[in-house]
Design a protein around this ligand. Structure first.
Ligand code: BTN
Length: 266
């Protein structure tokens, strides 16, 4: 089934979700993040979903594989008071909203999160998140949360994606062996994102810490963090309340890592 705004709204109504939203459901666009970024700011949350992206964007200048009418390519533009520091763990909170969404559809098993926000199933990437910001004026910013969730693509038909040849990936189809209607998944994703964002704005990251730690893919593993030309190696020891990765180096010193690409060292 194709993406359908009316259907998504029916699922939202059934769940008694009443927050005002503006939808842009497109058949093709270069990138849903780029599309929202170039819109004028609105006081309410704006969502763009597309059947395909011709230049889907991933983290670290990668591209995001976006075959038509199969997966979820969804960006949400969220107006916020400008406090970037407090927003730092936001991408981790978004990942937990996706975990909650999958749990709603009875998918709990074998899910892990690779810091900062890759969702894995059995060591294969199921979902990626790209966060961007648009600053309107000194005390206001819009956050753009881009979510790429692999839903119906059979990964055996495309075992490697052009931009990340060494990274295995998977889809909901691979996990459940049946095709999914994406409309109820998008509706539930928005509901869970609202719940998680409200909790985060009110209480910070603390209430999420236990759930995140229970899903931490890197915990206890020897990892390398690539930050541009710099490579840092150590044993992952979880995260702190700022969403930073804690790493113990070879001298037994703990350091905090705010950004970069983490990979498990073998
Ligand atoms: C990653 O590298 O893991 C992040 C991938 C994010 C992909 C999504 S798909 C919807 C949105 N639009 C984009 O161009 N990228 C994000």
């Amino acid at each position: 089934m194709l993406l359908n705004e009316q259907k998504i709204n029916e699922y939202l109504q059934k769940a008694r979700f009443t927050e005002p939203l503006t939808w842009h459901i497109l058949s093709s666009i270069d990138s849903t993040n780029r599309y929202l970024k170039d819109l004028p700011s609105q006081p309410i949350v704006t969502i763009c979903c597309a059947e395909t992206q011709t230049h889907g964007r991933g983290r670290l200048q990668r591209s995001w594989f976006s075959p038509a009418a199969e997966n979820i390519y969804c960006s949400i533009r969220w107006p916020f008071p400008n406090d970037l520091k407090a927003l730092a763990p936001f991408s981790l909170v978004t990942t937990l909203a996706i975990v909650d969404t999958l749990a709603f559809f009875n998918l709990h098993e074998d899910l892990t999160i690779k810091w900062p926000n890759d969702l894995f199933w059995q060591d294969k990437k199921l979902c990626g998140i790209l966060l961007e910001t648009v600053t309107q004026n000194p005390d206001h910013l819009d956050l753009i949360i881009g979510i790429g969730l692999n839903v119906n693509t059979d990964s055996t038909s495309q075992p490697i994606t052009p931009d990340t040849p060494s990274k295995p990936w998977c889809s909901l189809y691979d996990i459940t062996h049946h095709a999914w209607d994406r409309n109820p998944v998008i509706a539930r994703l928005i509901i869970n994102l609202y719940q998680c964002v409200s909790k985060f704005v009110a209480q910070g990251f603390e209430p999420f810490m236990q759930q995140w730690s229970s899903l931490d893919y890197l915990y206890g593993k020897t990892v390398t963090i690539t930050q541009g030309q710099q490579i840092i190696r150590g044993i992952a020891q979880g995260i702190n309340l700022q969403g930073e990765l804690l790493l113990m180096d070879g001298n037994g010193q703990q350091c905090t890592i705010a950004g970069g690409e983490a990979s498990v060292a073998f």
